[in-house]
Design a protein around this ligand. Sequence first.
Ligand code: IMP
Ligand code: MG
Length: 178
Amino acid sequence: MKEEISVLIDSAKVDNRIADLGDEISRDYAGKSIHMVGILKGSVIFMAELAKHLTVPVTFDFMSVSSYGNETESSGVVKIIKDLDEPLAGRDVLVVEDIVDTGRTLSYLLNILGERGASSIKLCTLLDKPERRVTDVTADYCGFEIPDEFIVGYGLDYAQKYRNLPYIGVMKFEEEDS
Ligand code: IMP
Ligand code: MG
């Protein structure tokens, strides 16, 4: 199988949108601090770029989860591979994700995080595939709503590859000519 990637959203457009999101979030959190919780590994590039546009005080923490399921569908049963380093009590938490697909992973995760005494928890995702949703997860902040395609780039991977692409691409799998 040949892996072909076509540009869905170019890097200038992504960067501009993240700058706008940063302005919006900074306004909403005026007078507060934001405790950003990134879900590894997909959120890393988005989180770094977004953080650069926040004008309120920011702290970082990361969590790594694996979702049981098959290759293309998560089951919603989530195993915590790496938990947060610090407690959430009294903090204004902004969970940062690369993409909300079925929403199963985040639904489970937000339930767990919701029991840790944060002052507030909001969700910010770079991408949202609303057509695919099977839970009631909604993002408070979203970069782009996209159609049901397999996305790579800007943190998102296929078999751990392509996370470093500076644009959002659609992955097409093509039969190799013999
Ligand atoms: P959910 O539990 O179905 O919402 O799965 C969310 C996770 O699946 C995301 O955090 C991604 O890691 C992964 N995922 C979903 N859609 C894509 C995609 O189009 N490209 C790459 N990873 C994806
Ligand atoms: Mg992810």
